[in-house]
Ligand binder design. Structure first.
Ligand SMILES: N[C@@H](CCSC[C@H]1O[C@@H](n2cnc3c(=O)[nH]cnc32)[C@H](O)[C@@H]1O)C(=O)O
Ligand SMILES: [Zn+2]
Length: 434
């Protein structure tokens, strides 16, 4: 007997070797997808009727700072440097482990409700984040964000903290959690520090998550400091590889794109944050044309201001079209790939497709809605019309985290109340210091 059978749904496999199934069945056992077919004789403990819905791989959000939900709407309409240096960083000084716990719980709740099955995070108090991910049932690639600022002592402390997190958490929660090194960016970490991180990551068999060329200011600073841009500098120290997840990658030259592609670097595109902070437009179409693995992230809630991947997909598609003045650029199907298949590849997880043997990381999207009818093309609706609140069911590792809009893995109201209280208390501490 199987654990779960999902029947009567439109199966959007995202599997290049398999067709979608108009009225199909997905069978789940021991955390894996064991069958994808038109009909089955199997029985299961749980049978989910997906009539009128799309059954598809859940989303992979490849760049977040989950705990920043507490800063949702706190400081808007500012440029990145002003926003970080004058608003966010002074407020983050007051953050405690329990704040990050509460903020990350809220983030996980939001992600489960909007169909995200895995996320890549970079923040502080990562033990708290690890605990939340472990109990929530989600998957995550977590990193302690290291900022060195050319201060050798700070660098030592940061690397020590990063390393102890990697050593404790890599592979935990039955493999649902992987731990990465998180050097913040080439303009907040020195070349020497980045070399040490690269060496340590290789030694510990851990991946690396870093911001790269998010702003023109970073590009200018790098040229002044090293006489070359961040990508060339990182390439000169052999930093890149398929184990690197580089967020943003906006200010790239054609040569930089070749370097990222040739080194199989995973690139997290975060269009909403990039537009909100007016950081620029990443050359996603050119990167994809080169065969680079471009995936999709929301960035933190203070620069988005939510963690919804439907909105992110639509923004990605529209932004490339207007940037290239080509309405055929980044079509719906390709954006869906970024949000599922490519994200799973970046985090090195066997998810992102509805395929036999893959992780049972499956969502069900309710299409019986006014804004989703009539239905000609499923990818089109998912990218251009659907929203976070259309996700009915979220399954991760074969466990139902939300079914028929009801979150079963946590007490939704309690999570919201606790985050609201933590935020109010945090901001009153920040204000008291002003
Ligand atoms: N250990 C570090 C913390 C780094 S966590 C990662 C950092 O990235 C910041 N952050 C959030 N969004 C962005 C962004 O879009 N670009 C650059 N940094 C960001 C976030 O506020 C947080 O300070 C320290 O002692 O300061
Ligand atoms: Zn970021």
């Amino acid at each position: 007997m199987a654990d779960i059978i999902i029947k009567n749904g439109y199966i959007l496999t995202m599997d290049p070797s398999a067709d979608n199934i108009k009225n199909g069945v997905v069978v789940i056992e021991d955390g894996r997808i064991t069958d994808v077919c038109e009909k089955t004789e199997e029985t299961a403990d749980t049978v989910i009727d997906a009539q009128g819905s799309v059954v598809m791989p859940g989303f992979v959000n490849t760049h977040t700072h989950a705990g920043m939900t507490l800063f949702r709407g706190y400081a808007d309409d500012l440029a990145l440097s002003d926003w970080l240096e004058n608003h966010i960083w002074p407020a983050e000084v007051e953050l405690t482990g329990s704040d990050v716990y509460a903020g990350t719980r809220l983030a996980c709740l939001e992600m489960i409700k909007s169909g995200t099955i895995a996320f890549a995070d970079m923040y502080f108090f990562m033990d708290e984040v690890g605990k939340v991910v472990e109990s929530s049932g989600l998957r995550a690639a977590l990193s302690y964000g290291m900022i060195e600022l050319w201060d050798e002592e700070k660098g030592k402390r940061e690397l020590k903290e990063g390393k102890s997190f990697v050593n404790e958490w890599n592979g935990k929660a039955d493999g649902r959690i992987s731990a990465m090194y998180g050097p913040h960016a080439p303009n907040t970490c020195s070349k020497e520090f980045l070399m040490k991180v690269r060496e340590q990551a290789t030694e510990d068999n851990a991946k690396i998550h870093i911001h790269v060329l998010e702003t023109e200011a970073e590009l200018n600073q790098m040229k002044e400091q090293y006489g070359m841009c961040s990508v060339n500098m990182l390439d000169s120290i052999d930093f890149f590889g398929p184990d690197v997840l580089a967020a943003h990658c906006i200010w790239l030259s054609d040569g930089d794109m070749d370097i990222l592609r040739n080194n199989n670097v995973n690139i997290s595109h975060n269009p909403v944050s990039n537009m909100k902070l007016a950081s620029g437009i990443a050359p996603v179409t050119k990167l994809l044309d080169r065969g680079a693995n471009v995936c999709l992230g929301t960035d933190g809630c203070a620069s988005n201001n939510n963690l919804g991947m439907f909105e992110e997909m639509k923004a990605a598609a529209l932004l490339q079209k207007v940037d290239t003045m080509d309405p055929m650029a980044l079509p719906a199907r390709q954006v869906l790939e970024m949000a599922t298949v490519n994200g799973a590849k970046a985090l090195d997880i066997n998810s992102g497709m509805i395929r036999k043997g893959y992780n049972a990381d499956v969502i069900i999207v309710d299409m019986n809605k006014a804004h989703l009818n009539p239905l000609y093309d499923v990818p089109s609706h998912l990218v251009y019309s659907a929203g976070s609140s259309d996700v009915r069911t979220t399954i991760v590792n074969g466990k139902v985290l939300m079914d028929d809009y009801g979150v079963v893995c946590m007490d939704e109201q309690k999570v919201i109340d606790e985050a609201r209280d933590a935020a109010a208390d945090l901001i009153s501490r920040v204000d008291a210091k002003k």
